[in-house]
Design a protein around this ligand. Sequence first.
Ligand code: PBG
Length: 332
Amino acid sequence: MQKKIKILQRPRRNRKNAAIRSLVRETRLAAADFVMPLFVIEGDRKRQAVISMPGIEKLSIDLLVKEAKEVYQLGIPAVALFPNLGNALKDKTASESTNSKGLMQRCIQALKQTVPELLVITDVAMDPYSSDGHDGVVKKGKIHNDETLPILAAMAVSQAKAGADIVAPSDMMDGRVGYIREALDNEGFLDVGILAYTAKYCSAFYGPFRDALGSAPRSGDKKSYQMDPANVREAIREARLDVEEGADMIMVKPAHTYLDVIKVLKAVVDVPVAAYHVSGEYAMIKAAAEKGWLDEERAVEEVLTAIKRAGADIIFSYFAKDFARRIHARRC
Ligand code: PBG
């Protein structure tokens, strides 16, 4: 017979079945935690697959509206819009970004007319509109910070006029949050919020997104404005500045590879912290699952839980819709 062993603390008791695990679970994901990013294109009844993001399609406005309704019905409170423009509309100053009849503006209006309760978050950055594929004005190979700010502010105001609820500067120029806040306030958009992409790292994981939008830099890289993946104290500095300048929420991006940054920023600010599970992080899981190397559903749940456990209040993820569907289908 096995000798009796005296163990007073047996943590496994709290794991012995699904009910008790549910009772003691510390982190729970809900549809309400998510923002669904959506890619939009011109046209009617048009959908275009994003090759490097299996399951994700670029949608024309009519289909965007249908998709947004489904997203909202699943309990996801917000979408983030990203326009895919033809090269003919791109120039050095992103002038299409302030066209009141531009693709982005028409998308916002259509969503606000048809699903008014759904929050519309818009990206404020030059890259989808820029012939240089950069987030700032490029002159002789350099990114000009202060010349970029009025362009970003005009873009944000134009999106607010179209009905955007929250503008999300993702450009990483210095001083942009304060500059955009002032421009919005001057135009009377006191209720339009700013979600600052505060700690946006210069990451290889944006690759599939840039494929989707054709927005990769035509020359050079984004290292002079996006953050060095090696740094975390610098993220604290960025967070402090963004909050001082009036950010209503801040973001860490990417998410999975930057859980430590999420955790640190959550501790040092008193505004909500978002995390963006980006295109390459989505593609990695999809690709491994397609090969049969990972169980997609389990991997997705684990990663998204980790992002929330690290401290994210809001999660941008291309898995949001699928995942919300699964949450609704189960008991605990
Ligand atoms: C634009 C922007 C990018 C992403 C969101 N907004 C790309 C970039 O900075 O190059 C990436 C999102 C993703 O990879 O899912 N400034």
